[in-house]
Ligand binder design. Structure first.
Ligand code: FAD
Ligand code: FES
Length: 510
């Protein structure tokens, strides 16, 4: 295996063949317009196209060009936020429904892969959640009790972890979890959408919505898709300025891929209870001549735009990996991505608060976007087909969960605290202080300016003020992007928008 360079390439992008798609160059009408060709958008488009709906999908980038190409694709209904917390937030029945919905999502992925002949390395594997200290061991016991309360009886506490180097303490053993190759799956889904008569347009950035009895998505080039229903599956909604963005917070998470000798680690999912926690899986090498498997390790999450030296997150991850997996050899990949943490732990999937009934969103995936995205496909299809769905209330984006008020207040105080950046001095006083390949914030009178210097020493300036709600962006040296610490909008070095909630680029430097 050859090492990939740079921090932006995930393990899934090697030699991947995506279906041919084009830019939108005409106005279209259809039953359902889906914005976003990640797992949430394409699962929704696929299931609706199977129902005979005329579906058009629009995406700013390539298929899977958002977070789906950066996932580690653990498929699990053992939720990171733990069922003992979910029971407090949603009651026993709500927690049970959450558990069932994620289990159903894994089943759905397996079924779609089978039905559509998608060779995506899907496998059922066991999951092991291990404790690193006595207090975490107690937390596992508490979780086991909660699992029994919601009726998940086949999870057991094992005296030892299946890998003694992971921990000498007990672990919870979850049967029937899963893993897959995220982009092979997405490519297969996209092909199935096209085979079912759906249309997918890539490099078609939606910059405006016109909403009413019909909903229209308008691209930057001015082409429009008008539909009876609009699904905004852009990871974080780009059609919503305020409501949802106060209920979820953006976090950056990191992943690495290291070689390990073939069959030296059992094919399973492993994760711990540290804060931030670590998650591990294998990408098995199925070719006889290869001597190595790939161990994929993720974690080291932090609030977007609020870590001064993100490269340290890779270093910490590698250090942790070599400690827990001493057989680890060459580092082949490192990449990072963004996840949205809902303040009450579950995704927001359903009708968009404050809009007409024909506008839907799917967001707040936390670290479970493969299953949340699949739940979105199933749930939104039922809503559009006017069928009841047992999970609709649980995931309703309109819900207000007073029991999560503490987290809500904490995250929004953190957002408010970012406003101080408007009055602080710049990181540099002169553009010439910005080194090649980096970006820095500079004060210019009353405004803040984002200065980027390319590898040839040419300096570019744009406004450092995020067009969403006015926070000051910060330089992400790992991704070479400007990231907004408030709600997670991201921009390339020249200020072009990469990720919402904003649909707009950074303005000119004033
Ligand atoms: C490092 C990492 C590890 C992870 N590991 C796991 C895991 O093990 N298991 C798990 O379940 N989840 C995991 N996740 C989470 C999961 O990957 C995501 O939650 C999921 O992929 C999100 O899918 P999505 O379809 O909602 O969004 P995306 O895949 O981001 O798709 C949204 C699409 O919308 C497009 N878009 C955005 N704005 C516009 C616009 N204005 N116009 C047109 N198109 C637009 C984007 O280009 C993008 O393609 C991980 C995430 C990361 C970053
Ligand atoms: S993303 Fe909301 S202010 Fe930048």
């Amino acid at each position: 295996m050859k090492k990939e360079s740079g921090a932006t390439l995930s393990v899934w992008m090697n030699h991947l063949k995506l279906p041919n798609t084009q830019h939108l160059r005409e106005n279209l009408t259809c039953d359902v317009c889906v914005v976003g060709a990640g797992i949430a958008g394409l699962t929704t488009a696929y299931l609706l196209s199977k129902e005979g709906k005329r579906v058009v999908v629009l995406d700013s980038k390539e298929i899977g060009g958002g977070e789906t190409s950066r996932t580690t694709a653990h498929l699990s209904n053992a939720l990171d936020d733990m069922y003992y917390r979910l029971i407090k937030l949603f009651g026993t029945n709500g927690a049970r429904l959450a558990c069932q919905s994620h289990a159903a999502a894994i089943d759905k992925i397996e079924q779609i892969a089978t039905d559509e002949n998608i060779d995506c390395d899907f496998a059922r594997v066991d999951g092991y959640q291990f404790a690193n200290n006595r207090s975490q061991e107690e937390e596992l016991l508490k979780e086991l009790e909660a699992l029994q309360q919601i009726g998940w009886d086949d999870v057991v506490l094992r005296k030892e972890s299946p890998l003694d180097m992971l921990s000498a303490l007990p672990c919870l053993h979850y049967p029937n979890q899963g893993r897959m190759h995220a982009m092979k799956y997405l490519a297969g889904l996209a092909k199935a959408v096209l085979d079912n008569g759906g249309q997918i347009y890539t490099h078609s950035h939606v910059s405006d919505f016109q909403l009413g009895t019909l909903a229209t998505a308008v691209t930057t080039e001015g082409y429009a898709v008008t539909a009876n229903h609009l699904v905004v599956a852009t990871n974080t909604p780009v059609n919503d300025r305020f409501a949802i963005h106060t209920k979820q917070a953006p976090y950056r998470t990191y992943a690495i891929g290291v070689q390990i000798p073939k069959d030296s680690v059992p094919d399973a999912l492993y994760w711990d209870l540290d804060d931030p926690y670590h998650y591990v899986r294998l990408q098995k090498n199925t070719t006889a001549e290869e001597e190595f498997d790939l161990l994929i390790v993720g974690g080291e999450d932090h609030k977007t735009g609020q870590h001064g030296h993100p490269i340290e997150c890779f270093q910490n991850l590698e250090r942790w990996t070599r400690l827990k997996f001493p057989m680890a050899q060459g580092l082949l990949y490192n990449w990072s991505g963004q996840v949205f943490e809902p303040t009450d732990s579950l995704a927001y999937i359903g009708r968009n608060p404050g809009d007409n009934d024909n506008v839907y969103i799917a967001t707040g995936d936390s670290g479970h976007g493969m299953t949340h995205g699949t739940i979105a496909g199933m749930l939104l299809t039922d809503l559009i087909m006017e069928r009841p769905n047992p999970w609709a209330k649980l995931y309703d984006p309109n819900r207000v969960n007073l029991k999560s008020a503490g987290t809500y207040i904490k995250e929004n105080l953190n957002v408010a605290a970012q406003m101080k950046d408007h009055v602080t001095p710049g990181e540099v006083e002169d553009p010439m202080q910005v080194m090649p390949g980096t970006g820095r914030i500079m004060r210019k009178g009353n405004s803040k300016v984002a200065v980027y210097c390319d590898q040839d020493g040419v300096r570019y300036q744009c406004s450092a003020v995020c067009p969403h709600m006015g926070c000051v962006v910060s330089w992400n040296s790992v991704e070479s992007s400007w990231d907004c610490p408030c709600h997670g909008s991201r921009f390339d070095p020249f200020g072009k928008v990469i990720t919402g909630p904003t649909k707009h680029d950074l303005g000119p430097a004033s």
